[in-house]
Design a binder for this molecule. Structure first.
Ligand SMILES: [Cu+2]
Length: 113
């Protein structure tokens, strides 16, 4: 497990409430958790706009295992089985494009605003 990443299974209910969180306003300046679901071999959303300090959480809903891995593998969720998720805190300077090591046509990108 690499620094800055944590993995755990996410229950449906917990995921639903976390999804609601990502749509709340940043009124108090607190970091936001951005949810990316992996479904039908696609990152959804494929492009994220985030601020440094925010967290991205990838959750695999497919039967097939997937990863979210930086193009140069400088960060990597590791293998996510169905229902598993991994989180990463976004820091300035990270590689902003990623893919799935098992299915390299699956691509995602991050924009720090
Ligand atoms: Cu994949």
């Amino acid at each position: 497990m690499q620094k800055g990443l944590s993995r755990r299974a996410v229950l449906g209910g917990a995921l639903a409430s976390a999804s609601a969180l990502s749509f709340s306003a940043r009124a108090d300046g607190t970091p936001v958790v951005h949810e990316v679901t992996i479904k039908r071999f696609t990152f959804e959303p494929a492009h994220l706009r985030v601020q440094a300090g925010d967290t991205i959480r990838w959750t695999n809903l497919d039967i097939a295992p997937h990863t979210a891995s930086a193009d140069d593998i400088s960060w990597d969720t590791g293998e996510l089985k169905q229902g598993e998720s991994a989180e990463m805190v976004v820091n300035d300077g990270i590689i902003l494009t990623y893919f799935c090591v098992f299915h390299p046509h699956m691509k995602g990108s991050i924009e720090i605003v």
